[in-house]
Design a protein around this ligand. Sequence first.
Ligand code: FES
Length: 169
Amino acid sequence: MTTIDLDYSTLDQTKLDDLTAYIDSLEHPEESLIHVLHRAQKLFGYIPYNVQFFVAKTLKIGAARVNGVVSFYSFFNEQKPGKYTISVCMGTACYVRGAEKVLQKLLEKLEINKGDVTEDGLFSVKDVRCIGACGLAPVVTVGEKVYGHATEDMALDIIDKYRGDLDGN
Ligand code: FES
């Protein structure tokens, strides 16, 4: 059984204060959920359940609504991401050019499921909607770096490259 932690008293108080001040600065905070969630992710690095609950309480809206938005948009992370988040575009252009195979190769090699983090905390993998670089399809990104015309072999090279970076290579 999975336990869901809704206790936000353990969260960094300075970050919570920052988030509260941001919400207070909004003219219509209850209509600005996406902006508030962006701010929360920027502060905490991801949006775990207790942060979602804090946002819901502060905005006086349902926690299910907050969770629905966080779950729907791929740029929000509910889990603490790995040091490197590998994103595979699954928009139409990328999908028809083989993005699914690239995604599966990454997951297979790293032995994780989509959205999970490797045991060493280095990698997480997620799929994203079109990032507007369809001419390079299929597209993989790691942070700001964009890898176009991605293949399964390239997926393996990307993993090696970032593992190598960690070792100072
Ligand atoms: S569909 Fe992948 S960049 Fe547009």
